[in-house]
Write a protein that binds this ligand. Sequence first.
Ligand SMILES: C[S@@+](CC[C@H](N)C(=O)[O-])C[C@H]1O[C@@H](n2cnc3c(N)ncnc32)[C@H](O)[C@@H]1O
Length: 242
Amino acid sequence: MDDWTTSHDRVLAQRNAEGWMFLIEAARDLRTTGAIAPSSRTLARLLTDPVQEHGARPLNVLEAGAGTGSVTRTLIPRLSPSSRLDIVEANARFASQLRRLVRTHPRLAGESQRVRVHHALVEQLDTGRPYDVIISGLPFTNFTPAQVETIMNRYMELLHPGGTLAYFAYRGTRYARALTSSRAEARRHRAVEEVLAGYQRRYATGRWTVWTNLPPADVWQLRRPNDASAPAAPYILTGAAR
Ligand SMILES: C[S@@+](CC[C@H](N)C(=O)[O-])C[C@H]1O[C@@H](n2cnc3c(N)ncnc32)[C@H](O)[C@@H]1O
């Protein structure tokens, strides 16, 4: 067996193990885990595009709700030299898995201190650092509208003026919820979408649909204005990615 085959096999085995870990955590607590499978590579790439768009200067980046690290693994090689990454994850088992990923990631050899994993809720995180890019994997539609308002507001506070927030939302969840849950649940879901729509109207600069994700998802990019008195961000880009 050549080196490529063994390393390819190792990657497949690792993805398989992570898939199972995700499913087990979803069975334990579907509300917080928010999905039954890690994000696809296309979704991870779109979520991490803003890191590259900021160019070669060192950045402060925050990833919230990193799960087993499917987005983190795409993100780390895209960080410019001397950039710093904070990862915040609510689930203790995922946080340990993320620490292992950071310790062993070849791109971080000798400089894994550039990346810190915080086992915490993002709404309680205070690193004292503003961020150029925030990547959020949180399952907003499982939360209360008040929680979503708190978190989105905190994201905007944590961003540098001109900084970018990227997050995703699974498609079709409102209809699935309306069919399978109580009326109160469907109302809560709609109210969460309204909170998010308010932020999208004010700050969105782009939206892309990823069909090759389980389930398909929309990636949103929001930008904190450079100037608090500036008009709302123009909504400029839409598209689909496979
Ligand atoms: C839908 S999964 C996304 C995981 C990963 N980013 C991906 O795309 O495969 C949501 C993740 O957010 C975490 N999470 C949920 N609420 C959180 C919170 N308030 N603060 C930090 N992490 C949270 C969950 O434990 C889970 O790992």
